[in-house]
Design a protein around this ligand. Structure first.
Ligand SMILES: Nc1ncnc2c1ncn2[C@@H]1O[C@H](COP(=O)(O)OP(=O)(O)OP(=O)(O)O)[C@@H](O)[C@H]1O
Ligand SMILES: [Mg+2]
Length: 349
């Protein structure tokens, strides 16, 4: 993800050294700390990491939708060669939905509960380029979008509360693609859905990227979903991107101990009987100023340097980047990682 930024021509969206702070009672917390990645045309990238690692904050920062106590503390967001991080609210209004749209973490929040979905969708069109079309034409367009996401045309006249969680998620996706944006950011689009619904949403996102050429940033804590859709992945920990690159390279041969732990925490179809682990310890407090590696307190390979010096991101091989002082050590022990983390869990209990 990192080096991809070098080739500006094929890049649609670049996030460059992004930093986001939240003002908290009497302190400032850094939720995103120097994150860089790039998204190519028609590509699907995943952002994974445990709860609180800063994934949604990145999505909000890209679209300038941070809450009032949140602010960009550094970095740039470049869309088709334009730095949009300093755009005014009016300029961002022209970009949201039309060029980048967000399927927010809770689909219910994206829909107005007291308005029929049909009116909400038509208004989204009217707020942008479709003023010349009649309401009937627009409604028809919206119904086509409903069909595209697997919802029946007539359900468009429902209120959001008449929909199931999966249906709301689909309606939100239909709204997100209404103006044919080049980028869709889907924040936990399958959380709280049953496995059948999950599979349907995954297929929908897949066809958006493969058939319609939409570029997708898929945010989730579930690496198995990322593995099904994305070509590249960024692994977030405590506001930093600790490992990134080609999905197969990152997941088949992870170099960062956190990625190894994350992988060992998930079951796979091939290894149904494998022992699953949880990574002992918890992430650092947001307000703690980190001198060294953000994972050093939980890392079984941590040495004094890890506590003191922030590791640079290095290129392991083509399209595989890692920020870790202990790459060689971690590689040697990749196979034993479950035992190593497991011993630490037992040691703490
Ligand atoms: N409005 C806010 N004010 C203060 N802190 C916040 C605010 N929103 C988020 N945070 C903090 O910022 C950090 C990153 O939050 P964020 O929602 O981006 O995480 P996430 O990776 O999306 O987590 P999840 O997987 O649970 O959705 C967390 O420590 C969170 O508590
Ligand atoms: Mg989130």
């Amino acid at each position: 993800m990192q080096a991809a930024i070098e080739n500006e021509n094929e890049m649609l969206l670049q996030v460059d050294d992004l930093k986001v702070d939240y003002q908290m009672e009497g302190a400032v917390g850094r939720a995103v700390d120097g994150v860089s990645f790039a998204l190519r045309k028609g590509e699907c990238i995943g952002l994974v990491g445990e709860s609180g690692s800063g994934k949604s904050t990145i999505a909000k920062a890209i679209l300038k939708l941070l809450p009032s106590n949140g602010a960009l503390a550094g970095g740039r967001v470049i869309l088709k060669g334009r730095d949009i991080s300093h755009f005014t609210e009016e300029e961002m209004d022209a970009i949201r939905w039309a060029e980048i749209s967000l399927v927010p973490q809770s689909a219910m929040n994206a829909l107005n509960p007291v308005q029929r979905i049909s009116s909400q969708m038509v208004e989204t069109f009217l707020a942008h380029q479709a003023k010349a079309d009649s309401r009937k034409t627009l409604l028809d367009k919206c119904q086509q979008l409903f069909e595209m996401v697997g919802l029946s045309r007539n359900r468009i006249f429902d209120y959001p509360h008449q929909f199931s969680g999966g249906m709301r998620q689909r309606a939100t996706i239909a709204m997100a693609i209404a103006l044919e944006p080049s980028v869709v950011i889907a924040d936990e689009p399958t959380t709280a859905l049953d496995v059948i619904m999950q599979a349907q949403i995954i297929n929908l996102l897949k066809s958006l990227s493969e058939d319609k050429g939409v570029s997708i940033i898929l945010i989730t804590h579930d690496i198995s979903i990322v593995a099904q859709i994305c070509q590249r992945v960024g692994v977030m920990y405590a506001g930093r991107l600790v490992e990134s690159g080609d999905i197969l390279k990152v997941f088949n041969n992870p170099f960062h101990p956190y990625t190894m732990g994350l992988k060992a925490a998930f079951p796979t179809i091939k290894e149904l009987k494998k022992t699953l682990i949880s990574i002992p310890g918890s992430p650092p407090l947001l307000t703690k100023r980190l001198e060294g590696c953000c994972f050093s307190d939980r890392c079984p390979f941590s040495i004094e340097q890890c506590q003191r010096v922030i590791p640079h991101t290095v290129t392991i091989r083509e399209d595989h980047y890692v920020a870790c002082h202990r790459i060689e050590y971690a590689e040697r022990f990749r196979k034993e990682i479950i035992d190593i983390f497991g011993t630490r869990v037992r040691g703490q209990s």
